[in-house]
Design a binder for this molecule. Structure first.
Ligand code: RNT
Ligand code: ZN
Length: 433
């Protein structure tokens, strides 16, 4: 069987369709149903973060990005208004295969001309335009309170601040976001994942590590005391090991958030793969958490040496994370969201490349003979397992990916850049002119 395929490939100059058919046969010889994989991949929702489009700026403030995160680069053509951001997102969406969900941050509230309310007072109506946008494109919406880039961040602290007024402001913001999340779920008919992340922490050695954590715990509890429907709103807590200027201590450490989620029903842990020590891998943490939590959430990013939030690529750890979700049969239990921001290259390209990379990782995972490989492991046939796992790596995935892109009506990898360049010339570069 395998030999005859080699023969055929030697003699024929194949079209993309023929190459796909040939690839399908090769995969079938490993027990992989490529058609089923393609269908499954098209149905798995991935949340697209609005903040790649404008360097995490948003529309409710003029100040800098704070909270220990940073975008670097000054590529021209950045979207500066809701209309421009939506226009860019539309272009990016047209370059991405698969099922998308919109991921918004509270600082992307859209006010009427002359209107402004602070973050503790935002309402569903300030997101009505986003709801219309999502509905027209058949997307659900995820949400994030914005606990950074704001003058009420006091001494680098929000929900864990020793100052009661500061804490209250941010708790009220969290509660407003719960109400908005419920509205998103009701409007779109899709549950809304609401992620709580703060950059709270200290640059240098604190004298009290527990106090801020107790205040943070109680503050999140207060936020979650706001009534909401558990089937519609999925609150999460995201951990982080350090931030820029917050190197010595973060309040929302891994142990803190994991324990919080474990002890508060309906609250999910969210793992961002840029938020751990560099030799830790989230791929290994996914199956660990799935043993205990009914549902978990992910921020998918690419950390280079630190939480650098580079554009997600089709690299080893990205593939490994996707593989774990798929082979743990976790697609219905893992909320997948992208989280990166690069201002040094075309932002639409960055958006779409990261999304495509995660799609590639998912599709590869679905085109892996996971059951057969597990069996080798359970039978302790480890030599064979190594040989097979290596063989699988060089299967003709590119032919399957091209077919997937074609069926989804998006450009192939080779066609991609021309599309980006055209949009850059015709739309983005004209903005700054
Ligand atoms: C920061 C966290 C957080 C943010 C977004 C913008 O390190 O990853 O998720 O990236 O909320
Ligand atoms: Zn994140």
């Amino acid at each position: 069987m395998k030999e005859s395929i080699h023969e055929e490939r030697k003699t024929e100059d194949m079209t993309a369709k023929e190459r796909f058919e040939s690839a399908k046969e090769i995969y079938a010889s490993y027990g992989v149903d490529v058609e089923a994989a393609i269908e499954k991949c098209m149905e798995a929702p991935v949340a697209l973060h609005c903040w790649q489009g404008d360097d995490v700026t948003g529309f409710d403030h003029d100040g800098p990005l704070t909270g220990g995160i940073q975008t670097t680069g000054n590529y021209p053509g950045k979207a500066k208004t809701p209309e421009e951001l939506m226009q860019d997102m539309d272009k990016a969406l047209s370059l991405m295969p698969g099922k998308k969900k919109l991921n918004l941050h509270a600082c992307y509230a859209i006010f009427e001309p002359g209107e402004f309310v602070d973050r503790d007072r935002i309402e569903p109506k300030h997101f009505a335009k986003w709801v219309a946008f999502a509905k027209e494109r058949n997307m659900g919406i995820d949400f994030n309170p914005t606990f950074f880039s704001h003058d009420k961040v006091k001494d680098g602290l929000t929900l864990s601040s020793p100052d009661e007024g500061t804490r209250k402001f941010w708790i009220d913001h969290g509660k407003a976001c719960i109400r908005i999340s419920q509205y998103f779920a009701e409007e779109t008919g899709v549950p809304c994942v609401m992620n709580i992340w703060t950059g709270d922490g200290y640059k240098d050695i604190p004298a009290d590590r527990m106090g801020p954590r107790m205040r943070y715990k109680e503050a999140i509890e207060e936020i979650l005391s706001e009534p909401f429907d558990r089937d519609k709103v999925k609150p999460c807590v995201e951990s982080k090991v350090f931030g820029i200027g917050v190197e010595a201590y973060t309040v929302g450490s891994a142990e803190f958030t994991l324990s919080f989620a474990a002890t508060h029903e309906g609250c999910l842990p969210l793992m961002d793969n840029g938020h751990y020590h560099p030799t830790e891998v989230v791929s290994d943490k996914i199956p660990a958490l799935l043993c205990f939590y009914p549902e978990i959430a992910l921020h998918i990013t690419r950390p280079i040496r630190w939480d650098s939030d580079h554009v997600v690529l089709f690299d080893d750890e990205t593939k490994e994370m996707a593989k774990e979700i798929v082979r743990c049969d976790g697609l219905d239990r893992v909320y997948m969201a992208l989280d990166y921001f690069d201002a040094s290259i075309n932002r639409v390209s960055a958006w779409a490349m990261g999304f495509r990379s995660w799609q590639k990782a998912l599709l590869t995972a679905m085109c892996t003979p996971n059951e057969a490989l597990k069996k080798l492991q359970d039978e302790n046939r480890m030599t064979e397992l190594m040989v097979e796992q290596e063989a699988v790596k060089t299967l003709p995935f590119g032919d399957v990916w091209n077919e997937y892109c074609q069926r989804c009506g998006v450009p192939s990898d080779r066609e991609f850049y021309a599309e980006v360049k055209k949009y850059e010339d015709e739309v983005q570069l004209k903005r700054n002119a």
